[in-house]
Design a protein around this ligand. Structure first.
Ligand SMILES: Nc1ncnc2c1ncn2[C@@H]1O[C@H](COP(=O)(O)OP(=O)(O)OP(=O)(O)O)[C@@H](O)[C@H]1O
Ligand SMILES: [Mg+2]
Length: 401
């Protein structure tokens, strides 16, 4: 595997931290170290500019944590795609401030006094992983959001309904009126030609993805900020384009960049997949922490679900596929055709979403989540349960719980 040149940048007035990091990286090949032996405010507003040039940025949070938040914001806004930002903070930094830093996009807040126990090993681990081009998960703590893909065995089986409502439920809203989202959730409608997420979530369709496809540009944070729309329910939506474009216009590295960026800013990134087996769904399959395959239990759908599973597994042998039986109530005892389906699929259905015409129709017609039509309706409860299970299996980012 090719190793990659990475650059580490430190802003800290603390001689000890400075020399420990410099020393630990000194004889690493393919790794450059630079820094400023100053406070972030001493760098005179240049912190963000300097930081924007490096793969790993460490900065010392001064005791004036409010000023540090502003600087952290600037540094995070200016980051290179995929750059890792680490704040070094006093051990007694209030949890609230640490959380605010994480919310701004700081990947990790480390105690400033644990130079050799925490800071040096973390920098080393990042360098190692980066050079091996592995995902950024350190010491068991996920600092990136989870990617959840939703696929369907046939058209119209209910997969977008599952994707949109799962996204809403993943927000885990709390408070008296259940208004405040605990988790940041994004939905990406990759059903490029027939996407229906915008309608389901009551946002305008957007031509951003179409433009991205035509320009052949690699989307960055600024693109996504402009292209995404917050739905009334709170979920950030990257809608499918309102005009038709050829499926082949999208490139794999564009999808990779979208997911890489959204994983940094959201706890969950729900991706509504097209049924077409185009090449650019590969990054979704490789990055997905889980894939829900929505199907009904009719024989043709089950057969095509089997083929899709084979394809998904050939692209990513480790992929965690969960089967969702749509338009079916969970049977008390599986009937013969349920057993036959599970046998062909070599796996049981993990979830059942019953047919619930009245609730679904009202939700689709009004562009509101099932939860807002009725929190006790069968379809609402089924998808809420699915989302609750997903949250338990795939916790949100550290520092955002
Ligand atoms: N559980 C359900 N109960 C009743 N109707 C449903 C249910 N799920 C989906 N539907 C209906 O089926 C239609 C298609 O659903 P949806 O758009 O979610 O399917 P899809 O698999 O995403 O289809 P497409 O192939 O168009 O992407 C919806 O408009 C809705 O009216
Ligand atoms: Mg759909």
């Amino acid at each position: 595997m090719n190793s990659k040149q990475i650059s580490v940048f430190l802003i800290s007035p603390d001689e000890e931290i400075y020399s420990a990091i410099e020393g630990s990286l000194a004889d690493q090949e393919n790794c450059s170290f630079t820094g400023r032996k100053e406070t972030v405010s001493g760098v005179n507003g240049k912190a963000a500019n300097l930081a924007s040039l490096h793969d790993v940025v460490l900065f010392d949070v001064e005791d004036d944590a409010d000023g540090a938040l502003k600087t952290a914001q600037n540094i995070c806004d200016a980051r290179m795609p995929n750059a890792i930002i680490i704040a070094l903070a006093p051990e007694d930094l209030p949890l609230e401030k640490a959380r605010q830093l994480t919310k701004l996009g700081v990947d990790e807040v480390l105690p400033r006094n644990a130079i050799n126990e925490e800071i040096v090993p973390q920098v080393d681990a990042i360098r190692n992983r980066r050079q091996a081009q592995l995902p950024t998960v350190w010491s068991g703590h996920a600092t990136l959001g989870k990617v959840i893909a939703v696929a369907k065995s046939r058209g119209g089986v209910g997969s977008s309904l599952v994707a949109a409502n799962m996204a809403n439920e993943l927000q885990a809203k709390e408070g008296f009126f259940k208004k405040k989202a605990t988790n940041e959730v994004a939905v990406v409608d990759l059903d490029f030609q027939f996407g229906s997420i915008a309608a389901l979530m009551d946002v305008e369709e957007s031509d951003a993805m179409w433009r991205m496809a035509m320009d052949e540009s690699i989307p960055d944070g600024a693109f996504l900020e402009q292209a995404m729309v917050k739905a009334p329910c709170g979920v950030d939506v990257l809608a499918a384009p309102s005009r038709y474009g050829p499926l082949s216009a999208i490139q794999e590295d564009q999808i990779t960049a979208i997911l890489d960026n959204l994983k940094r800013t959201h706890d969950y990134v729900v991706v509504d997949l097209p049924r077409a087996l185009v090449e650019w769904i590969t990054p979704v399959l490789t990055q997905a922490d889980r894939l829900y395959l929505v199907t009904d239990v009719a024989v043709p759908s089950v057969r095509s679900a089997r083929k899709l599973m084979d394809f998904y597994q050939s692209e990513n042998p480790a992929i965690d596929i969960q089967l969702v039986a749509s338009l079916e109530k969970k049977p008390l005892l599986p009937a013969a055709h349920h057993r036959a389906a599970a046998k062909l699929l070599e796996q049981d259905f993990a979830h059942w979403v019953p047919k619930d015409d009245r609730t679904v129709r009202e939700s689709v017609d009004r562009g509101i989540p099932l939860q807002d039509v009725s929190n006790r309706a069968p379809a609402t409860r089924a998808i809420k349960k699915l989302a609750d299970d997903a949250r338990a299996a795939m916790p949100p980012r550290v520092g955002n719980s």
